[in-house]
Write a protein that binds this ligand. Structure first.
Ligand code: FES
Length: 115
């Protein structure tokens, strides 16, 4: 079995810093975008007014997950259909595979992710 990104490394919590990446109103409810956080591509999703942030780079072959489709809380990769829960990073086909996620917050009108 190939382990692309063990889930235990995907909590996104720890030392680091908050990076402003967008105006919150530029990603309204039901929308998604890919942002550049000082060189790190991150896909951001606004689902029912709650923001979620994960790596934009699919761990399979590198498609942009920000260009994928959302089904409930699952992002579906546009290239081969791998699916990840944007709340946890977990895939729906293996508990050994997940995508890195990031903390995200809004301060006033600015959207920040924690690197
Ligand atoms: S690149 Fe995402 S499933 Fe293949």
């Amino acid at each position: 079995m190939v382990c692309y990104a063990p889930c235990r490394h995907s909590d996104g919590v720890g030392m680091g810093r908050w990076i402003r990446v967008a105006k919150a109103y530029d990603i309204p409810a039901g929308e998604q975008a890919t942002v550049d956080a000082e060189g790190t591509p991150i896909a951001i999703f606004n689902i029912d007014g709650v923001y979620h942030a994960i790596s934009d780079i699919c761990i399979h072959l590198g498609a942009s997950l920000g260009e994928g489709w959302i089904d409930d809380h699952l992002i579906i990769c546009p290239w081969h259909g791998w699916r990840f829960d944007v709340r946890t990073g977990a895939s729906d086909f293996s508990d050994q595979v997940c995508i890195k996620r990031y903390e995200v917050t809004v301060k006033e009108t600015e959207l920040y992710v924690h690197l």
